[in-house]
Unconditional design. Structure first.
Length: 314
């Protein structure tokens, strides 16, 4: 895949534009490979705040892999250097149940002993191998695709989010939404020049307009007729469901709200109506994380009271 979509926060900028770092661990679960298809072997480290990590929890749920893949949740507070900690005292967060590490950096250091000296910062999601005691992958798009390998091996509920005959269309849709929407909200929010912001926010809303038109008479992004639920939806939904709650204000993505798009609003409602999906959305972690963690954007860490309406409320 040409596009790398990690949960990385980066300080890198080019001519005032936000540049996202690439993921470092890129191995795969393969039936007869180093990381084989086994139940109860793999573990996720996620943040409820992070849209990239949210993808992996959604896929785990919808493929029925809850008994196959365990997970832990970091605190919603991201430190100023972009690092994450474990804080079981925080509702919705957990301790590190595998190693009792205090931070995600400890997990990365276990996989790569020189990690803490490398100057890099560990990101979510992380897929961990409990037998080889190492990180398999920390790239969200690749993690959700390799979960299909587990279902192909007879694990989970037998469904698929990536039918073979739609794989090309799924990848094309994910690619089309990534730079303009998934990463576009960050490019708008972290822009350091007016021109960089203008370019990002205009591309963002142009794509949202296109998606609104695309969803006329459709339920899902890919497939004939009303479409079928696929990885393309898994990759778009976490961004859309955070949009009115956070991105409109915090990232200055305020040309329109998702609530102003009838088809996109109905699309979010359909996703939230799927069994278990709403429970993967921790509104408190999402909202508090963004407004607390980015002091350069919100130096007093004030969390807004609203919005009071929208598909994400409640």
């Amino acid at each position: 895949m040409a596009t790398h979509q990690s949960g990385a926060w980066t300080k890198a900028f080019k001519e005032g534009s936000f540049v996202r770092k690439q993921s470092e661990f890129r191995d795969f679960i393969v039936a007869d490979g180093l990381f084989p298809t086994e139940a109860e072997r793999y573990h996720l480290y996620v943040s409820h705040a992070c849209p990239w990590a949210h993808r992996t929890l959604l896929t785990r749920l919808l493929l029925g892999l809850e008994d196959c893949i365990t997970y832990d949740v970091v605190d919603w507070r991201m430190e100023s250097d972009g690092s994450w900690t474990f804080n079981p005292a925080e509702p919705g967060a957990t301790k590190d149940s595998l190693h009792d590490e205090q931070s995600l950096e400890g997990i990365y250091n276990r996989a790569f002993e020189g990690w803490t000296r490398s100057g890099k910062v560990g990101t979510v999601p992380v897929l961990w191998d409990k037998k080889l005691h190492t990180i398999v992958n920390n790239e969200s798009r690749e993690i959700i695709r390799m979960f299909a390998t587990l279902t192909d091996a007879g694990l989970g509920n037998g469904t698929t989010l990536c039918p073979e005959h739609l794989k090309g269309d799924i990848d094309e849709m994910i690619d089309a939404n990534y730079e303009s929407v998934n990463n576009g909200v960050y490019k708008s929010g972290f822009a350091r020049t007016q021109s960089a912001y203008d370019a990002a926010v205009n591309a963002l809303f142009q794509r949202l307009d296109e998606l609104e038109a695309h969803l006329e008479g459709r339920d899902w992004l890919v497939g004939e007729g009303a479409g079928v639920l696929t990885e393309a939806d898994i990759c778009l939904f976490p961004t859309l469901v955070r949009f009115d709650l956070v991105y409109v204000v915090h990232f200055k993505c305020n040309l329109r709200r998702i609530l102003d798009y009838p088809n996109l609003t109905a699309y979010i409602d359909r996703m939230l109506a799927l069994p278990g999906v709403r429970e993967t959305c921790n509104w408190d972690h999402i909202k508090a994380h963004y407004f607390w963690s980015h002091e350069s954007l919100n130096p007093y860490r004030i969390v807004p009271a609203g919005p009071a309406e929208g598909p994400h409320v409640g």
